[in-house]
Design a protein. Structure first.
Length: 114
């Protein structure tokens, strides 16, 4: 830890005990501990926010790629529809034609019967 060994820490603790006094030293250590905890919490939140920005940028890129792919598929399907030959006979038209044919046959039969 910062190149400080056990003998150096003991010397620093003894000097702090002499200067600050035994009554105020625990309060000072407690305040220092809380300050370090808040600092770590703030840095963790900052890291999380930076990571979220990266994720949002990544998601935005994926969303744009997906939109490009979908628009490309739509363009391809539209060109396929344009190149397909359109069948002029629709089911509705064929039903009408069939009913007309049946009507013609019935009228022909009636005329033949006469």
């Amino acid at each position: 830890m910062f190149g400080i060994g056990m003998p150096e820490l003991i010397i620093i603790f003894v000097i702090a005990l002499i200067i600050i006094g035994p009554k105020k030293l625990p309060d000072l250590a407690r305040a220092l501990g809380k300050g370090l905890a808040e600092f770590r919490k703030a840095t963790d939140q900052l890291k999380a926010n930076l990571d979220m920005d990266d994720v949002e940028d990544e998601l935005k890129g994926v969303k744009e790629d997906l939109a490009d792919s979908v628009s490309g598929l739509l363009d391809v399907s539209e060109t396929e529809e344009e190149t397909k030959p359109k069948d002029p006979v629709t089911p509705e038209t064929s039903k009408e034609e069939n009913s007309d044919r049946v009507t013609e046959k019935v009228t022909e039969k009636k005329e033949d019967d006469r």
